[in-house]
Design a protein around this ligand. Sequence first.
Ligand SMILES: [Zn+2]
Length: 179
Amino acid sequence: MTTLRYLQGYPEPLLAQVQSLIDEGRLLQTVTARHPEMHAVRSERALYDYVCEMKARHLRSAPPLAKVAFDPKLHVLKNALGTHSAVSRVQGGQLKAKREIRIATLFKEAPADFLRMIVVHELAHLKEREHDKAFYALCEHMEPQYHQLEFDLRLWLTARELPATLPASPDNEDSNGCV
Ligand SMILES: [Zn+2]
């Protein structure tokens, strides 16, 4: 039994289906077949433009973003896929908040749907702090498939951490330098 740490809280029958895909060695291919499209957001500049474009489309009235960045430490050290923060400081007698969104670097290699989902999630936090009903309603407003995408993202995260299944081979003779 694999520990499905990304899928805690989902109903048992669903988890049983996931487990059988894992047992059959088909989880990653099942997820990537559902989300075949990749994105071209490789740099911090491209990410900033991507996020601002989505914000302009859905959340025009939300406060502007000072910074958007890929963060290689988020997922590994903080166990987070994205973060949002507002650094407040007084500027010209006014209290200003510099808002910042960070996205785990692993999304550079993720299907386009999953990057969109995490960006929707962090943008929604510009308006709703908690993970409550209003928050998820806003996510669904920006991305009607939000809940399905979040589930599939969790499947993808699960799949990429499974031990690689190597095809059984009768000997190792061909394993050196044959690339
Ligand atoms: Zn959140």
